[in-house]
Each structure stands twice: as structure tokens, then as C-alpha cells.
Write a protein that binds this ligand. Structure first.
Ligand code: ADP
Ligand code: MG
Length: 513
């Protein structure tokens, strides 16, 4: 890593350098080297086989599904998939590691290089998005360890080996991030990629996606500083807090004339501080060597091509298509591809109404707002995309105003109760869509929200508004546009929002000369 001009914001005159190691738990049903189940939450030690218990003579057998997921990840980040990679023993001593070593990949990992591209969070739809690329060093397959359970009430500790042997893909970046903001944006993008392609369930509470943040600071132009590694960050909020604290702490140390010691630290959400767990061990401490129980992992080019041909469209490819095919702004495309479900909902809505920008506004706006309020997700939506499409069609053909449509939407939303398995499916037939359109029109009629199409009636109301607002009328005649807008507002109010604003505008202009 070259020392050079700082590329991120300085903190008290220091440049912040961050690299990530992320452990993603793969979605295979069985473990990486045994046939025991990986399901979360079972009684301790009920999901561990002889291999996971490290009984003498039990030999590991590679799970093909784990390799397939590593290949999928490699392809998603444009990495090189090694034709032959090697499993190594990482030796260390810990009660939850019965073999006395962890099977991992060291010198030759299965996924090499690649990069993750993402946008930094912007402040609004008008803002141009700032793009950032973080280079990956590698992603390697390894097994998880077990878990120590400290049963304080009986004064004993136990070991649960259900998690031992759970397949992990550890994804390592170059030290390319320059702020906690960038680090969190990277982690969110990585989370999006692995859940999108389905290799990880992304459940951070259950530990399926855990990040280690390596943090150092330096004066601009100086060599890289000594890093400290914050272990096991399992929420984006803690990630940001932990890095911010660590940066402040390191700067304080340096300013006080202390050198930073390389260390592994833990973040305590209760105090908001990081504290040292152990001074960092070197690779040499682990006495890595190739595991004689496992042959080299061979991945044929045919297999890679097979996996490539079956992969789903990636979020960034989909976002580019939304810009190109639907003419959406980059911001919209980026927002709509936050999750596969949201993107699918949007596309189904466009298919139903043919109005891409209107659909985008509603999916990002009204619908997201409602889901957020109820802590719902696009997996469980009360208004079907076909129904939303029908509603947007009525906005587009002038039957109702955008504001009136919001009331219809509220009505539709409130009238649906989600069952335990809730949600609606997105695949629907044309037949259904016709029925739905009818029911939308019925709702519009019931709520009395149909726009006034009778010009005579509208003219009458406008005349009344003009008579009642003589002062405004005078000001308009003197050239005051604010006063004109006030009259439009008055007229809309008098029609209870049922008039077409463009028509009101036009009539007012005509009447006022
Ligand atoms: P190890 O596997 O021993 O933890 P690596 O050298 O593979 O060590 O680096 C681990 C992570 O630390 C990588 O993500 C890397 O980008 C990051 N890193 C390395 N040096 C620094 C540094 N000086 N400051 C911040 N991050 C760093
Ligand atoms: Mg490390």
C-alpha cells in the first residue's frame, strides 16, 4: 500500500485506514466436512458428528455445496477462482476447538482478488452518487469453531459443538477504506451481495455475517500505521461506533507519545469502548501446514462456467439495467436494488402499469415509508404490485391526483390483515389484474376521490375562490406569482383535492388574464 495523498476525510490531522475480514456463514444444510446439520438453535451437541467432536480416526470430507457457494461469490466480485487450492491446519489451543486446529485455507485460497463496488450514502435524490471500489485480497473456505457456554448459575462452563464445522467463507479486503462511513457502506454492500446470491442468510444476530475491522491511523504521506483488529462486529451501528471510538483512541495514544501495539480488541456496546483481548498473534504462531487429511480442492473450469450460467442477475448489473431500460436516475436504480424483493416488487409494478418513474417514486416513497413504519419487508407486503400498478394507472390517466392516490393506498393497506406466513406472492395472472383494477376504481369511487372532469363545475368553484380572495387577485395582477400559487391552493382545497391541478392552473390563468 503506497503512502500518498489522503483520499478520505482527515480526523484531527490523521488519515484513517481500514481493512475488513468478514466471516460469512454459508447456507449449506450440512457442515463443511461432515454430514451434521447446520441449523441454528438446537440443543447443545445434538448437531455434531464424530468429525465435529474430533473423535480419533474420523476424517473430513469436503462439502461440494460450500465450494459451489465460494465459486458463486468469486464470480459475483469478479475474482479469480483457483483451479487448485489447499486446506491448511491453523493450530491453536482453545476449549471450543477439539481438534486443536482449525481447517482453513492459507497460502492458496479458492477465491483470489476481485473487488466490491458501491456508492457512498447520499443525502437525497438530487445528489450525485459517489462511487467507491474496495479491492479484495481473497476469500477462503474454513470451518467455524464451537461455542463456550458459561453457566454462571452453576459455576461451570460447557462446550457446545453444534457450530463446530459450520462452513464459513472469510472475505478479506485490502486496507482500502478511509472512514467508518466507507467501512459501513462496504459492509452493507457485501451483505447485500452474499444475501442476494443466496450463499449466506445474512442474519447478523445469529452470527451469520460477522465483521472484523482492522483500523490504523497515520499522518498523511506516512507509512501505514500499526493496526488493531476489532473482532466480531455483528451490527452496522456497532461497527460505526466501534471504528469511531478506535480512531479517537489511537489518535489520543499517538498524541500522548505512545506507540500503538498490534492487538485484537472487542467492542463493548454498553460502554461504547473497545478493549484489548490479546496482543496479536502472527501467522507463525499458528504453525500453518497443509492438512494431510484433505486433497487439494480442484475446481474445473467447466464447473465455474456451469455456476456462472446459473447465477442470478447481480444487484449492480440490475441497477445498470434499470437506468438503461427504464430511464431511471442512478439514485432510484441504486435504491430499488437494495434487496432482491424490493427490485422484484418494482419490476412487477412497472409490468402492471408501464410507468417506471412513477412506480419508482411510489415504491421508494409511500410503500417503503409504510413498510418501515410497520417494520415490514418486501417479503410481506399488503398491497400487491398489480394493485399498486392499477392505482398508478389511474394517476397516469388523470382519474385521480397523486395525493388522492395516497388516500386510496392507505385504504388498501388498512383493509388487509397479513396471516402468520403473510405477504403476497408476486406472480399473478392477467385475469387477477382485471379484477384488481375494478376494485381500485370501486375504492376510488367509495372514497369520492375521482378527479373532477366537469369543467363547468370547476369553473364555478374557481369563481367563488376568486370572489373570496380579492386581495390575492389584486396581487396576482401586480405580478406576484406567490399569490397565484396561493389561489391554486385555495381552489384545490375547495375541490377537496379532486381537481386536476394542471386544469386549475389553466383556468385561473385564463380568468386572471
Ligand atoms: P491477518 O490475517 O494476520 O489478520 P492480514 O495481513 O491478512 O493479517 O490483514 C488482515 C486485514 O487487515 C486485511 O483486511 C488488511 O487489509 C488489513 N490491514 C493490513 N494492514 C493494515 C493497516 N496498517 N491498517 C488497517 N488495516 C490493515
Ligand atoms: Mg485477521
Amino acid at each position: 500500500m503506497q503512502a500518498g495523498r489522503p483520499t478520505g476525510p482527515l480526523v484531527q490531522g490523521y488519515e484513517v485506514i481500514i481493512g475488513f475480514e468478514t466471516h460469512t456463514q454459508l447456507t449449506t444444510k450440512s457442515k463443511i466436512f461432515s454430514r451434521a446439520s447446520t441449523a441454528f438453535g438446537a440443543e447443545p451437541n445434538t448437531q455434531a458428528s464424530a468429525v465435529d467432536f474430533a473423535l480419533p480416526g474420523a476424517l473430513p470430507v469436503m462439502n461440494k455445496g460450500a465450494v459451489q457457494r465460494a465459486i458463486e461469490f468469486g464470480l459475483a466480485v469478479n475474482a479469480h477462482i483457483a483451479e487448485s487450492s489447499v486446506f491448511a491446519r491453523k493450530n491453536y489451543f482453545y476449549p471450543d476447538l477439539p481438534k486443536g486446529y482449525q481447517i482453513s485455507q492459507f497460502e492458496i485460497p479458492v477465491v483470489q482478488g476481485g473487488s466490491v463496488e458501491f456508492f457512498l450514502p447520499s443525502t437525497g435524490s438530487g445528489q450525485a452518487l459517489e462511487k467507491k471500489t474496495v479491492r479484495l485480497v481473497r476469500a477462503h473456505l474454513e470451518e467455524d469453531a464451537g461455542k463456550s457456554l458459561h453457566e454462571d448459575f452453576i459455576g461451570m462452563s460447557g462446550i457446545d459443538l453444534n457450530r463446530a464445522g459450520t462452513p464459513l467463507l472469510e472475505i478479506v479486503t485490502e486496507p482500502d477504506m478511509r472512514s467508518s462511513l466507507e467501512a459501513v457502506a462496504y459492509a452493507k454492500e457485501l451483505h447485500k451481495i452474499v444475501t442476494w446470491i443466496g450463499i449466506c442468510d445474512g442474519n447478523m444476530q445469529e452470527g451469520s455475517f460477522r465483521c472484523d475491522a482492522n483500523v490504523s491511523v497515520r499522518k498523511p504521506g506516512a507509512e501505514l500505521g500499526t493496526r488493531r483488529e476489532i473482532k466480531n462486529l455483528n451490527s452496522f451501528k456497532f461497527m460505526q461506533q466501534a471504528i469511531d471510538y478506535e480512531v479517537r483512541w489511537q489518535i489520543e495514544q499517538l498524541e500522548d507519545g505512545h506507540a500503538i501495539q498490534q492487538a485484537t480488541v472487542l467492542f463493548d456496546p454498553d460502554t461504547g469502548e473497545t478493549r484489548s483481548m490479546r496482543t496479536k498473534e502472527d501467522a507463525a504462531d499458528y504453525r500453518y501446514f497443509p492438512d494431510p487429511d484433505l486433497p487439494p480442492l480442484v475446481v474445473s473450469r467447466e464447473w465455474v462456467e456451469q455456476v456462472r450460467s446459473e447465477m442470478t442477475e447481480l444487484p449492480r448489473v440490475m441497477a445498470a439495467r434499470f437506468v438503461k431500460d427504464y430511464g431511471l436516475p442512478e439514485y432510484d436504480a441504486e435504491t430499488l436494488t437494495q434487496s432482491k424483493e424490493m427490485a422484484a416488487y418494482f419490476e412487477a409494478t412497472v409490468a402492471a402499469c408501464g410507468q417506471a418513474k412513477l412506480a419508482s417514486n411510489w415504491v421508494m416513497g409511500e410503500l417503503s415509508r409504510r413498510l418501515k413504519q410497520e417494520e415490514g419487508s418486501f417479503r410481506r407486503v399488503k398491497v400487491h404490485p398489480i394493485e399498486l400498478g392499477a392505482l398508478l394507472t389511474r394517476i397516469n390517466d388523470g382519474s385521480i391526483s397523486n395525493n388522492a392516490a395516497k388516500q386510496v393506498f392507505e385504504d388498501m393497506w388498512a383493509s388487509v390483515e397479513l396471516g402468520p406466513n403473510g405477504g403476497r406472492i408476486i406472480n399473478v395472472t392477467i385475469h387477477e389484474s382485471i379484477r384488481v383494477t375494478d376494485s381500485i376504481d370501486a375504492t376510488i369511487a367509495r372514497l369520492g376521490l375521482k378527479q373532477m372532469s366537469d369543467t363547468g363545475e370547476l369553473e364555478k368553484i374557481i369563481d367563488e375562490v376568486l370572489a373570496a380572495n380579492a386581495k390575492n387577485v389584486e396581487e396576482v395582477k401586480a405580478g406576484n406569482t406567490k399569490a397565484f400559487n396561493a389561489l391554486v391552493g385555495q381552489a384545490m382545497k375547495a375541490t377537496k383535492g379532486k381537481a386536476n391541478p394542471a386544469q386549475v392552473n389553466e383556468l385561473l390563468k385564463k380568468k386572471l388574464g
